[in-house]
Write a protein that binds this ligand. Structure first.
Ligand code: PRT
Ligand code: MG
Length: 211
């Protein structure tokens, strides 16, 4: 049976933002129709035999929807999974797009000298990283524009996502060290993964479409 027949009836939750375009391209490469228009504001469409059901969600919410079985599968960055690890989901594929790194950065590449403040939206990842090194820090929670923190005197270091490094450079910041390599992951509801063969077939269709 082709993937198209076996995967009908599957619903996938996709993180909005930069994961979404690559996820759409991968689905299309796997022979599925992308059922939402380019400029569409629609956030949900049910499955038919040309495409899976799609739910567009905030990155943080993707794992919740999958854990509750609202979606069989989800596509979300590893960084988000590590920062919000409580949902009971299985990671079933590394889709290898949306690659980036979570890094510690500051005005100099030197490791912080003694206790220091770290501005970040990755509070859990940052805490765990420094705890493992027994280095005392305090977190300054910020949800965006992290690069500003050292410039305006909010905190000397940040933990943030880097891709090309351009954003750091433009703000006179440099990497101290990489904390996590991230890419988009396919996650699954554990019981649907075990009992719905079309969920496994859908993963195979995405994996065989990887370029
Ligand atoms: O609401 P929230 O910000 O959480 O999500 P969003 O809906 O705005 O999503 P978006 O578009 O920010 O994408 C987030 C996800 O994409 C992350 O969870 C990562 O898994 C992945 N990703 C991959 C990235 C980047 N690359 C990336 N470069 N997320 C963010 N960036 C930002 C980074 O924060 C920094 O501002 O891009 C800038 C750095 O890029 P360079 O190329 O200048 O280094
Ligand atoms: Mg964002």
């Amino acid at each position: 049976m082709s993937n198209r027949q076996t995967a009908s009836g599957v619903t996938v939750a996709v993180a909005k933002g930069r994961i979404l375009d690559d996820a759409r391209r991968r689905l299309e490469a796997a022979g599925w129709v992308w059922p939402l228009g380019e400029e569409s504001r629609q956030l949900w469409v049910g499955p038919d035999d040309t495409h899976p059901g799609i739910i567009i969600a905030r990155a943080k919410d993707v794992a919740t929807l999958v854990a509750r079985g609202i979606a069989d599968l989800g596509i979300v960055g590893l960084d988000v999974m590590r920062e919000n690890p409580d949902a009971e989901v299985l990671e079933v594929a590394d889709l290898e797009f949306a690659q980036c790194r979570v890094v510690l950065a500051g005005r100099s590449p030197a490791w912080p000298d003694g206790p220091c403040q770290i501005a970040t939206k990755y509070q859990r990842i940052a805490r765990q990283f420094f705890q493992e090194r027994e280095h005392p820090i305090s977190i300054v929670p910020m949800s965006g524009s992290l690069e500003l923190a050292p410039l305006i005197g909010l905190a000397p270091y940040i933990v943030d996502i880097v891709d090309t490094g351009r954003t750091l450079r433009e703000h006179g910041l440099v990497e101290v060290t990489t904390i996590l390599h991230s890419s988009a992951r396919l996650i699954a509801n554990p019981s649907h993964w075990r009992t719905k063969s079309e969920v496994v077939a859908f993963r195979e269709s995405l994996r065989s479409a990887a370029s």
